[in-house]
Design a protein around this ligand. Sequence first.
Ligand SMILES: Cc1ncc(COP(=O)(O)O)c(C=O)c1O
Length: 383
Amino acid sequence: MKSVYFDSAATTAIDPEVKEAMIAAMDSYGNPSSTHNIGRKSKIIIERVRKGIAQQLNCQPGEIFFTSGGTEADNMAILCAVRDLGVTRIISSPIEHHAVGHTAEFLRDHNNVELIYLEVDELGQPDLDQLESLLKEDTPTLVSLMHANNELGNILDIERVGAMCRENNAWFHSDTVQTVGHRPIDLETLPVDFITCAAHKIHGPKGAGFLYVRSSVKIHSMIMGGGQERSMRAGTENIIGIAGLGKAIELAYKNLDHDRAYMLDLKKYAVERVQKDFPFISFNGLSADPEKSLFTVLSLRLPKNDKTDLILFSLDMKGIGVSGGSACNSGSSKGSHVIEAINKNNESLVSLRLSFSKYNTKEELDYFFECLAQILEMELENA
Ligand SMILES: Cc1ncc(COP(=O)(O)O)c(C=O)c1O
C-alpha cells in the first residue's frame, strides 16, 4: 500500500543530515556539567548550537534556553511571567495551542490570574482593537498570541501586537512553534519577550526545543534541581536532541527560500484542485491565502455526513496520514477547540488538515484527491 504523509504540522520526518548530527553527538557521553575534558566536549556541542541559533535569530546566545520542546517552553514563559514578573492578567485567544491555553487556564483557576480571551472572527483573526483598548488599562499583563496557528495556518501580525505591548508596558509571549525555521525571525527588531521552538516541526527530533527570553526580562527556572542552562532549566541536557535541533534549524534557514517556494507551489496546487474538483469543500480560516497563512498548512472544511464522518479513517485505509484539526492532543477524540471557536454559525462540518513538508510531491496530492473522490463517491473530470 502507498504511504503518503500530509501531517507535518503535527510532526516531521527526521532529515538524514539531522540524523547524522545526532549520531555524531552520541559519542559525546560526558555530562556537560562535568569539569573534565570528556564533559567539556558535550558542553561544547550545546554551546555551539546555542550560538548558531542566536546567529540565525539575531539574538544573544544567553537568551536561548533549551527545553524538551514547545510545550515546556510555552509553560515556562507563562508560568514564570506570572511568578516572577508580577503579571496579574493574561490576554490570549481561544485558538491557542493547549500548551498555552491550559497553562493560562491553570493560572486563572489556581493563582487568581485574570484571563481574557480576545474575540476571534470566523476567519480566526483575534480582535486587535480589543487588545489595544485592554492594554490601555494599568494592569501588569502578559499577552500570549501565537505567531501561526497550527490548525488553520493563519499568521498573526506579531510586529503590530508586539508594538502595542511595548507601548503599553505589557510582556509579549508568542508561540512560534510553527514558524521558527519556516519564516525569518529577527529578534533584535521584533518586539517580543518570549518565543518558543520545537525541533520536531522542522525535521528535527521530538523532545528538543527552546525558549527565547529577552535579556531584559528576568525570570527564574521552572524546573528545579540543578544549575544547568545557567540555572534556568535544571536537568542534564539532552545533548543528542540539542545537536539535532541545531542541525534542523541550520538546514531550515539555509534552504528556506527554496523550500518555501516548493511548498507554496504544492499548496497552491492543492487549493486549485479543491476549487476545481470539490466545490462543496471550503477552507478554514485564512488557510487558502498564501500571504496570510503558513505555506505548510491547508485546512479544509467539508460538510458533515456519513462519508465525511469517517474521512480520517477512510484516508488512513488508503495509506494517507492527515489530521482533523490538531494531532497534538494525543489520543484525544474531542473536536478541535480552534474549529469550534471560529464556527460562528454552528455549522455541521468536518475539518481536514493537510500539512506539507519538503518531502511531499504533487503526485502525492493527486493520489490524495483521487482517494478523496473515491471516498466521497464522486467522479473526477479527466481522471
Ligand atoms: C503551535 C504549537 N505549540 C506548541 C506545540 C507543542 O510542541 P511540542 O510537541 O514540542 O511539545 C505544538 C505542537 O505540538 C504546536 O503546534
